[in-house]
Design a protein around this ligand. Structure first.
Ligand SMILES: Nc1ncnc2c1ncn2[C@@H]1O[C@H](COP(=O)(O)OP(=O)(O)OP(=O)(O)O)[C@@H](O)[C@H]1O
Length: 449
């Protein structure tokens, strides 16, 4: 761009697109072209591909997107929503994008996705062309593609699109083409933290992932593969796993002449899927499933699974790790595991007599006497999820420090009860929200009760 000196100091005046290096023009055009098929799903967009893909193209695209928005009744927020927003803080960044946290006027918390000026994508383009504005525009196409995909692939396990704000392209004296995509806010997935979470929460992440893969296997775009499948492409929103990085996905079919053309290559394993009527059958779906196995299930599922459910967990590990079943069978296996876990049927073998070792004190709570236990829901004390008082009694009996436990009616996502376990130094007192079970051998009920 040409540097000019004016009353407001130095600013950039953008050159017309035709003056940019040819290689950069062709990359811009290629990025625009990538978005076209994603927009061509509605009948009213039949003739869209005939339009020239020059710099006026954006207006047409955003028109289409805005019209899509009114139909889908999402993406309602625009630049106005970002006026006077507060408390920007970086949530994450990658090769292409920077994600910041913003509190909008009215208190709504959102995530803004922007071009990462310090990212690898931007760096490469600048190194090659030294055209900051055009490079930003080139990188912003990945954000635009992601926006279109977020609209096409709406699902509870895909991050919600709230809107977008784009500064006027190439306005005189201003840097144009700055784009902020407004998303629901999540927290980046922390694998280390997840590994230290209760099995139930780790199972939920895997269950959410399976539901997402099921949707992607038959999405409005066809069967979609996540090409860059890593935990960092996901965030958690109120305990639900959501996919947030969609710029690197493919809905393409792989054509073949024989099964040998349909090989999935992974670092440790290769798989071949059948070639059916010239197309590799289920290739995208299987690629996603094996990635789910190697990045998620192996770490999250077997460790500390309820002993009586390990046969179901083993079955899932085996069928996904060997790609034996399809995604429908995998969803079924997960649902079966969930149903068993929720029903408590797996606990029938627990000794029935254990609960009789405890005295039930209704509307009594405890304070003090906290001790820490592995995979607790609370960092201070021992809080675990249980199916019933009977299971809690079994757990209490297995902890040497435990002499009582209380149930407050608080439940986990799957409906199990949260139980707080305490040692004999706990003080008991009236509490309308809690029932206390005290080991009869240690009972010393205070006179106030
Ligand atoms: N809605 C969100 N809420 C909170 N954090 C988010 C959100 N979306 C993304 N992030 C965080 O920002 C990071 C970067 O986002 P994203 O993955 O879209 O960028 P990218 O440049 O495509 O990354 P990569 O180099 O991994 O492909 C993510 O890894 C995630 O931790």
């Amino acid at each position: 761009s040409v540097q000019q000196f004016g009353a407001q100091g130095v600013f950039n005046v953008t050159r017309g697109e035709e003056q940019l290096p040819e290689a950069l023009i062709s990359q811009l055009s290629e990025r625009r072209r990538e978005i076209v098929p994603l927009l061509l799903l509605n009948r009213d967009e039949d003739n869209f591909s005939d339009e020239p893909l020059d710099s006026t193209w954006d207006t047409t695209v955003w028109d289409k997107i805005a019209r899509g928005a009114s139909r889908a009744s999402v993406d309602g927020m625009g630049c106005d929503s970002l006026v006077d927003m507060q408390a920007l803080e970086v949530l994450g960044s990658g090769y292409t994008k920077l994600v910041v946290k913003a509190n909008l006027v009215g208190g709504m918390a959102v995530a803004l996705k922007l071009v990462n000026e310090q990212g690898i994508d931007m760096g490469k383009c600048l190194e090659e062309f030294d055209e900051p504005e055009a490079c930003r525009e080139l990188v912003a196409y990945k954000l635009k593609k992601e926006m279109v995909l977020l609209k096409r692939l709406q699902h509870p396990n895909v991050i919600g699109l709230r809107g977008h704000c784009e500064s006027q392209r190439r306005a005189a004296g201003a840097e144009g083409g700055r784009l902020a995509v407004i998303l629901e806010q999540g927290t980046p997935l922390q694998m280390i933290q997840l590994l230290q979470s209760p099995w139930e929460d780790r199972f939920k992440v895997c269950l959410d992932l399976v539901h997402l893969l099921h949707f992607l296997s038959r999405s409005p775009l066809g069967s979609v593969a996540l090409l860059d499948f890593q935990p960092r492409q996901f965030v958690m929103v109120s305990g639900t796993l959501k996919l947030t990085d969609l710029d690197d996905i493919s809905a393409e079919l792989t054509h073949c002449r024989a099964g040998t053309d349909c090989t999935l290559l992974f670092p440790q394993r290769n798989f071949t899927v059948p070639c059916v009527r010239g197309v590799c059958e289920g290739l995208n779906q299987k690629r996603n499933m094996y990635n789910a196995y190697r990045y998620f299930f192996t770490y999250l599922l077997p460790h500390q699974a309820p002993p009586t459910l390990t046969h179901l967990v083993d079955h899932i590990m085996n069928s996904t790790g060997e790609l034996k079943g399809d995604i429908n069978e995998t969803v079924q296996a997960f649902e079966e595991l969930l149903a068993q876990y929720q029903s408590g049927a797996h606990l029938h073998n627990l000794p029935a007599a254990e609960l009789t070792d405890y005295l039930l004190l209704r509307r009594v709570g405890g304070s003090g006497g906290e001790y820490r236990c592995w995979l607790s829901y609370s960092a201070q004390g021992c809080v675990l999820s249980v199916h019933s008082p009977r299971e809690a009694a079994h757990i209490c009996n297995s902890h040497s420090q435990c002499s009582s436990f209380s149930l407050t009616g608080q439940r986990t996502w799957s409906g199990r009860l949260l139980a707080s376990f305490r040692s004999s130094s706990a003080q008991l007192g009236p509490d309308n929200t809690s029932d206390m079970y005290v080991k009869k051998t240690t009972v010393s009920v205070s006179p106030s009760l």
